[in-house]
Design a protein around this ligand. Sequence first.
Ligand SMILES: [Zn+2]
Length: 240
Amino acid sequence: MLKNVTKEDVDVLVELQEIEKGANRIRKVLDGVENEISIRKKKRRDAEIELKTLEAQLTEIRGQYKEFENEVKDRDIRLKKSEEYLKNVKTNTEYQTLLREIDDNRKRNSEAESQMIDFLDQIEKKEKEVSESQSRFNEIVETTDREIAEIENNTVSERKELEIITQKRNEVAINVKPRLLDRFNKILQQSAGIAIVPLTNTTCGGCFMNIPPQKFIEIQRGESLNFCPQCHRMVYYKKS
Ligand SMILES: [Zn+2]
């Protein structure tokens, strides 16, 4: 129970509640719209993630290919040097060692080259996947951009209306004592956008519970602001 709340105070709160109901109706519409927009944004994000993942895979394979290519190049240089050196070796042992080394390097190069061919295949496949994914992404961006613009365009009047209602709410709220307004806003948040309800006969207009007789008499007197014992909303007496 809040004491020293006048009939005028209650009237302003009731007016505020009416404004709030209007705002809620529009917010619901806009929430639905927000949801529609976020579905499209998610679709776009998913397509972008897919594209980026494929691009990263392509970079990785290209990197591996490059590594093999460099190894082969290095070994080719060493091979050339060894072949040059082979002409001038003095001993047979030296000759045999060098020949083994050359053979070994040639073998490793040929293995590397066959792996490189394999990588080239993979690169080609991945490039195709990237290009397809890029087209899909572009298409999705184009479609979702258009759809989002359309959705936003269709709600221009709602947004404008909400702006006007918000302004009106602020104008009315100035007339409410701060402690009352605080309480009102808190209940508004906790109780599905309805903070103050009329008491018709002895029934709470918020949760439809019957108010105990003693409490009802108190509320009827109208000298204080009372709360429903069940839903904790502000209740005021309204002659039916
Ligand atoms: Zn109630």
